[in-house]
Design a protein around this ligand. Structure first.
Ligand code: HEC
Length: 168
């Protein structure tokens, strides 16, 4: 009987107390339904590719082709890629995606974000030489996480500019 009284008192208190939780935290319902390998395949990798596609040279039988952006729309596309990589790293750090040891995981995500922020700035400056340097750094930053957390996804570093085709 006494216990019931206490419970009723608690219930009354709970009912009257103002909401104390942070409105931001209470409103946030992050969606992590897409598994991490698909986040990589559909968000991270295409975004990085969009940045990587903005430089280099393709070699075909017709000869060499400069792949650098030619119009404002093409420059924007390359910058969009870098910006998307930055934002995607935030998602990687969400509970539901982050893997233990979380400090290492988050450090790799931040390393990728730091490189991608510089990538975006270099695109804004249309600094192709800097973009080429950064594109290798970006590849290494991605691979550092793969080496620790997904050895199966880690690939040996591949040169951005492929060698010309062999002529026999
Ligand atoms: C914080 C860690 C982390 C970072 C940073 C990261 N990845 Fe990944 N990535 C993973 C993990 C973990 C997997 C394997 C997922 C699994 O276990 O199935 C993966 C898998 C992949 C795959 C294979 C996906 C598939 O189809 O299975 C690709 C491609 C990929 N990552 C690209 C990238 C690129 C490009 C970047 C950088 C721009 C990047 N990743 C940055 C953790 C990371």
């Amino acid at each position: 009987m006494r216990r019931l009284g206490v419970l009723l008192a608690l219930a009354a208190l709970a009912g009257c107390s103002p909401k104390q939780s942070s409105p931001v935290a209470a409103a946030a319902r992050f969606n992590t339904d897409i598994p991490i390998n698909e986040v990589m395949a559909h968000v991270m990798d295409p975004a990085a590719d969009q940045f990587w596609a903005g430089m280099g040279t393709s070699y075909t039988v017709e000869g060499e082709r400069d792949l650098s952006p030619k119009s404002e729309a093409e420059w924007k596309r390359v910058e969009d890629g870098a910006a998307t990589v930055v934002l995607a790293t935030n998602s990687l750090m969400l509970p539901g995606y982050a893997r233990a040891p979380v400090a290492d995981w988050n450090r790799h995500a931040k390393d990728v974000a730091d490189v991608a922020i510089r990538a975006k700035a270099a695109v804004e400056e249309k600094d192709l030489a800097e973009m080429k340097v950064i594109s290798e750094e970006l590849d290494h930053a991605c691979e550092a996480c793969h080496k620790q957390f997904s050895p199966a996804s880690a690939k040996p570093f591949t040169a951005i500019i492929p060698p010309p085709p062999r002529r026999n």
